[in-house]
Design a protein around this ligand. Sequence first.
Ligand code: GUN
Length: 281
Amino acid sequence: MTANILNGKELALSIRKNLKQQVEVLTNKPCLAVVLAGDNEASKIYVKNKLKAAEEIGIETSLFLFDTDVKQSELENLINKLNEDKKVNGIMVQLPLPEKIDEKAILNLINPVKDVDGFHPYNIGLLQNGSDKAVIAATPKGIIRLLENTSIDFEGKNALVIGRSQIVGKPIAMLLLNKNCTVTVAHSKTQNLESLINQADIVVSACGCPKLIKGESLKQGAIVIDVGINRIDGKLCGDVDFESTVNKASFITPVPGGVGPMTIAMLLENTLIAYQKQNKL
Ligand code: GUN
């Protein structure tokens, strides 16, 4: 068996093309404000890619840059200003923020209707309720789209989520539960991970452990979603050992070109939805 490759790059491109057509007919364009504080090199690249993708589809952007020693009050003042600004439809604060900043306090300040990352407790609560009004965080939303593309029947499937982050692990677990999967969330303290992997029909790995998942541990025909972005000797690799897994899984996302491009496409989609809500469209 050779797994089908879940091509996130291709799917993201078609979503972006569709979003572009929807933005083209709008007289006032949606506007996304992006906040980047500190000098995390990966964050700088992510932000650059997000801004480029937004502009390509006609979303206006404004970037707010701060040094590592930015004060909590400076960031809070900016968020308050962006909340008030009628021109701004979406606010995205790139994480992680510098160590001294109270990240939760910043995210909690964002007006939930402008929270295009879906990190505000209001949106997390709506997701927990299974409400279709929730803003869903971009990466888990993108993963669900990739899974839907396999035509899998989610009902009763054993889904294993490895990693319990606010950004990926917890929301993807909730989304899979809302789709009637039987969900297990594993993390750094989990025992017998191998046996959990072996029972899973769907594995979503978001733990940042290079090549943690090997083909021999997997159930035959499992669907494997690799959210990891790691480097070994400078070379990009995921949490999944692609070479051994490709002969065991039925579907697998590549790194790069799997989940990453979907995250960007979903951020753009969330920005357009925020614009539509704010303009009662
Ligand atoms: N850092 C890593 N992933 C993300 C994301 O999806 N959104 C934000 N804001 N920061 C991140």
